[in-house]
Design a protein around this ligand. Structure first.
Ligand SMILES: [Fe+2]
Length: 382
């Protein structure tokens, strides 16, 4: 067996997990909490619930909410300044992937006293973050349990990936009820992001028997339950199943890493500030087409989990899988914003360079050149 390590933080999953935040903060000996969240979470009511649980514990807190999707380096710096000024000693993140990634950036800057951009790459974080408690409100990013933090270098218009044991949160409180306030657009975009995490981890050249188990179960759960979530957004059973799928996908990709879809999606999110899940949704089928022959048996496994009721001969599965994921995306009839994506030659050149240099490409099952990446962007978005 190839040597592999496997790292996941403590997490609590189930009804009312959110309400345990005060107790866990007390366990860390917290004196003052920096709560990181955003306006959408405040409007949805989840911030109030977290605040009440913290107030019941008697711990002081201050809120940082000045962040945007694809969190920017200067937003991280502002949050870190507030953490320092207010004398905080712990961070609670309540939100989706952008909120949690921003909170991780704040933690890194608070401990290391340097720009977040200096920690790009694998194992570059020298001093550990303060304790970080996460309460995820989307079922997709799995930032609440992963070794990844994605932040935008605003000067270079480029997303940086910080991959380190140091950015694994201390605990995640996973409560499916928080995902019931997502719009269908966000449910689909984040759910497909999670599905892509599982697919890329499964075919990654750093996969292992453990990540494979997580990845295949995640694909099964998300494929079966995401359409049900869109049809019945308040059905907590379906919501919990997609949340569980997202968690398992996170356990897979945090340890096996990702591949071409994420390298290309990070590049688009950085240069064009586009939503991450939407970029993945539009890239997946074309990236499978490119990668397929490098690990056909693994893609055949994925097809069988996704579309078990539609058996095909192995030689026909490549086209079957590509059509399946394309139809899956289109079946939701939600606007993922493809009409807003119009790439110029200059965009494609820069996007290809940034994707080629993204650390996620290191574990893609097949080598690819900048020119081949550019050809995929052309095919999908022109
Ligand atoms: Fe992702």
């Amino acid at each position: 067996m190839n040597l592999r390590k496997y790292l996941v933080p403590e997490f609590v999953i189930g009804d009312n997990a959110l309400g345990m935040v005060g107790r866990y903060a007390l366990n860390f000996g917290a004196k003052k909490i920096l709560i990181v969240t955003d306006d959408n979470i405040i409007k949805a009511g989840w911030y109030s619930e977290v605040r009440e649980a913290i107030e019941a514990s008697g711990i002081e807190y201050v809120v940082f909410k000045d962040l945007t999707p694809n969190p920017k380096d200067y937003e991280v710096e502002e949050g870190a300044s507030l953490y320092q000024q207010e004398g905080c000693d712990i961070i609670v993140a309540v939100g989706g992937g952008s909120v949690i990634d921003c909170a991780k950036g704040i933690g890194i800057v608070s401990s290391n006293k340097q720009s977040v951009n200096l920690f790009e790459g694998v194992d570059k974080v020298r001093y550990p973050m303060p304790p970080l408690i996460c309460i995820p409100t989307t079922a997709g990013s799995a930032a609440d349990i992963s070794q990844f933090a994605i932040v935008l270098n605003s000067a270079e218009k480029r997303k940086i990936a910080i991959i380190s044991k140091s950015v694994v949160p201390d605990i995640s409180l996973i409560d499916g009820i928080t995902t019931t306030t997502m719009s269908n657009e966000l449910s689909v975009a984040s759910g497909i992001d999670a599905m892509v995490h599982a697919i890329e981890a499964y075919v990654s050249n750093a996969s292992s028997p453990i990540t494979d188990l997580n990845a295949l179960k995640a694909i099964e759960l998300i494929t079966a339950n995401l359409p049900r979530v869109v049809a019945e957004p308040n059905n907590i059973v379906y919501r919990n199943n997609v949340m569980l799928g997202s968690l398992l996908a996170g356990m897979a990709f945090s340890n096996a890493s990702l591949g071409l879809v994420h390298a290309m999606a990070h590049s688009m999110g950085g240069l064009l500030d586009l939503p991450h899940g939407n970029c993945n949704a539009y890239l997946l089928d074309n990236c499978i087409e490119y990668n397929y022959d490098s690990c056909a048996p693994k893609y055949q496994d994925i097809y069988k989990v996704m579309a078990g009721s539609k058996p095909l001969k192995d030689r026909d599965i490549k086209q079957g899988l590509i059509e399946y994921v394309r139809n899956f995306r289109e079946s939701f009839h939600v606007d993922l914003g493809s009409g807003e994506i119009c790439l110029t030659d200059t965009d494609i050149e820069q996007l290809s360079i940034n994707a080629y240099n993204d650390p996620c490409l290191a574990t893609n099952p097949k080598n690819i050149s900048k020119e081949q990446i550019g050809a995929i962007y052309e095919r999908v978005f022109r």
